[in-house]
Design a protein around this ligand. Structure first.
Ligand SMILES: [Zn+2]
Length: 413
């Protein structure tokens, strides 16, 4: 039988197979065939010219409602978040200062910024994003509405999971729980919390409980920013894992940041690591956006699921960022000291397959039968991919070529 492909990629270098080049046939949005030589016709042919073809990139943590808001405020919030001694001792003050911009929250200007950031994501081959929108008495549902709108506009190009995120707390922010429920009703996908920001241990536990209650109500996954300050006594990562296990929601929770983990005594770290594994819960680390970070090396050694996130793009917490996950991995390579070639392969997984696993995307691997979410680079290996962290030559999402020129223009690169 003759194959009929919509798209055929020739001369593809696949990861881990340096001595061969492959052809990848795509039909009906899926990878239909992979072989050294494929028989059949194709509507469109791309010659990768011996360059690397891999899964596209997945960004598991992005505060998408806040992108480009740095220009709307002074630098006080960022100074406090990091702390003058870079210990993150005043992270909570930073978050409180960052609240001010939310007085001005309005879907109409937020969507403009969101479009630019999502177009950049597409341009840089980042086809899947778990995006957080603040939900509280100031932001109300303005951020959520803008992100839902963007999710629809970019359908088929960038898959956006909208997280209804109680950034300013649940107990200390009266009405926030109802707003999160409201956000889920109008179409948010994931329930998001930040338990460590509450004032007492009791309130932290209550925050975790409420977030999981809402998640069960809507049969949704949970994403929480845990222990995001320089206090070794913070325990919300543990609480989140325990709650996941108790409610048998294995694989449906994701811990973001967990920066206090850097300061845990070793025996306590070992306990948390074991709980994370039992809960099948991943950890997103964003070492470029704060002076402390989760213990990525040890988590990997223990066999935990770890990935990377962009976290912020020009907001009160981080000045740079352009949704380029190769750039994020390049920075992480330095900050985590993962600079050997085997470690680069691990980093590459942390922005592709492992990241997909962290946010519940099934069948993401470059394999026959899976949806075709791919990038065609202009370099032959991961070392060169990180060195230049350039935009891919071609981005394929749901089996279709992304109009990179249009995305570049929308993103104003
Ligand atoms: Zn964050």
């Amino acid at each position: 039988m003759q194959n009929k492909f919509e798209l055929l990629i020739k001369n593809s270098q696949l990861r881990g197979q340096p001595d061969k080049l492959y052809e990848i046939g795509i039909a009906g949005g899926k990878i239909a065939a992979i072989d050294e030589k494929l028989q059949g016709e194709a509507d469109q042919v791309i010659d990768a010219g011996g360059s690397l073809v891999t899964e596209s990139y997945v960004n598991t943590h992005l505060h998408l409602c806040k992108v480009y808001t740095l220009m709307m405020m002074d630098d006080e919030a960022m100074k406090s978040y990091q702390g003058s001694d870079k210990t993150m001792g005043k992270a909570m003050t930073g978050i409180e200062l960052a609240m001010q911009v939310k007085e001005k929250y309005d879907e109409t200007w937020i969507i403009e910024n969101v479009r630019k950031a999502v177009a950049l994501a597409a341009y840089y081959g980042n086809t899947h994003i778990r995006a957080l929108a603040d939900v509280d008495s100031k932001a109300r549902l303005e951020g959520v509405k803008a992100l839902i709108k963007a999710r629809e506009e970019f359908k088929g190009i960038v898959d956006i999971q909208v997280v209804a995120f109680a950034q300013d707390g649940i107990v200390r922010e009266p009405g926030a729980a109802d707003l999160v429920r409201e956000a889920m009703k109008i179409g948010a996908d994931v329930v998001g919390g930040i338990p460590w920001i509450e004032y007492t241990e009791k309130d932290i536990a209550e925050h975790v409980k409420v977030i999981f209650d809402i998640a069960e109500e809507f049969d949704a996954d949970v994403s929480m920013l845990v222990d995001d300050a320089g206090d070794p006594g913070l325990r919300s990562t543990e609480l989140m894992a325990v709650e996941t296990i108790k409610r048998k929601r294995f694989g449906r929770s994701l811990a973001h940041h967990a920066r206090a983990m850097a300061l845990y005594p070793k025996p306590y770290f070992q306990k948390v690591s074991a709980l994370l594994k039992k809960a099948e819960m991943g950890v997103v680390s964003d070492p470029q956006t704060g002076p402390l970070h989760a213990r990525v090396h040890e988590l990997l050694e223990e066999g935990n699921l770890v990935c990377l996130g962009q976290d912020d793009i020009s907001d009160a917490y981080y000045a740079y960022g352009r949704n380029n996950m190769l750039e994020v991995a390049f920075l992480a390579s330095h900050l985590l000291w993962m600079t050997t070639r085997p470690e680069m392969e691990v980093l590459y997984d942390m922005i592709t397959t492992k990241a997909a696993e962290c946010i519940g995307i099934k069948d993401f691997k470059l394999a026959v039968g899976n949806p075709a979410h791919l990038v065609v680079l202009d370099v032959p290996n991961t070392l060169e991919a990180f060195r230049y962290h350039d935009a891919p030559v071609h981005v394929i999402s749901h089996g279709k070529l992304v109009d990179s020129a249009k995305m570049k223009e929308l993103g104003r690169v």
